[in-house]
Design a protein around this ligand. Structure first.
Ligand SMILES: [Zn+2]
Length: 312
């Protein structure tokens, strides 16, 4: 537990997204300079602040612990004595590893959700998995293509296997992280379809922190779903949870990618703006009410507007 070390180490204060990030470095040498590590942590805080509209907590303490090897070895988020993140960084970690890293942003997304019962870990990890690339994209740190490349790579691992008993009762790695992310994508799509693309999962998740929910609090899952559904104006989260909590729900991902206009995978992935749900796909990545206004007008509107303009 990092709290005892936090109390002993002098922190560096960062002011980001209307909140405070206090970073402390555990004793020991590491290849990345403290300055570079602070940039890495700031980038992650800016990413979650872009997605949630602000830093999800007033103050979070981040403890950086050096370890042998290269890369970000481990990250854990705590909430019981104030929001805190412990992250282990390999001593041979390069600047490029930090630039490509997803762990710090993933941990900071955990700041935005109240603690729940263990059987709902899939919602906590699913949101962190789903939101992390969106947050980095909305803050300009990765291209939109990366959001879809991650989902194309990961979501097949979140599909139910034989013997699956639904998200609340199948605590495997695949169902927890990617089954939870699948729930998030399906929720996002359903919210956007029911609100004519005006709202998304982002508005539901923002509503939770605006209602005072974050990692320092503990809520029943129903309260999280209720708060999100009220912000959307439709019971999307409750309905989807009722379908997926205790039963395996199969999803035709190939059909979903075709409708969203996501083709290929990895480095060769391309996005097709003529696909039926291309406008929804763009809105998910653009996010937020401000960004959504500058997003391209959906195809259906453009088609309807052209003849009218011509006749004038
Ligand atoms: Zn996590």
């Amino acid at each position: 537990m990092p709290y005892a070390l936090f109390d002993r180490l002098p922190p560096t204060h960062l002011q980001i997204g209307g909140g405070r990030v206090d970073v402390a470095f555990a004793p020991g040498d590491s290849a990345p300079s403290k300055e570079r590590l602070l940039v890495w942590i700031s980038d992650a805080a800016r990413a979650v602040s872009a997605y949630y509209g602000r830093l999800p907590v007033e103050r979070v303490r981040v403890l950086v612990t050096p370890a042998p090897g290269r890369g970000i070895r481990n990250g854990t988020t705590f909430g019981y004595r104030g929001a805190a993140i412990n992250v282990t960084v390999g001593r041979d970690t390069q600047a490029s590893d930090l630039a490509d890293d997803w762990v710090m942003t993933h941990e900071m997304v955990h700041l935005a959700l109240p603690g729940m019962g263990d059987e709902h870990d899939w919602l906590d990890e699913g949101i962190a998995t789903y939101v992390e690339p969106l947050a980095r994209s909305q803050s300009g740190q990765v291209p939109p293509r990366k959001v879809w490349a991650d989902l194309v790579w990961g979501l097949p691992k979140g599909l139910p296997r034989p013997g699956d008993r639904g998200l609340d009762h199948t605590p495997t790695w695949g169902r927890t992280y990617w089954g939870g992310a699948l729930f998030c994508l399906l929720a996002d799509l359903e919210i956007r379809q029911r609100t004519a693309n005006r709202k998304g999962l982002q508005e539901a998740l923002r509503a939770v922190i605006e209602a005072g929910g974050n990692v320092e609090t503990r809520w029943p899952i129903e309260r999280i779903l209720d708060t999100g559904d009220r912000a959307i104006g439709a019971p999307v989260l409750h309905e989807l949870y009722d379908r997926m909590k205790a039963a395996p729900v199969a999803v035709d991902l190939d059909d979903l990618w075709r409708r969203l206009g996501v083709r290929g995978e990895g480095e060769r992935l391309t996005l097709d703006d003529s696909a039926p749900l291309a406008a929804v796909r763009r809105a998910i990545v653009a996010g937020g009410p401000v960004a959504a206004q500058s997003a391209p007008v959906p195809e259906v509107h453009r088609l309807a507007a052209k003849p009218a303009n011509r006749s004038k």
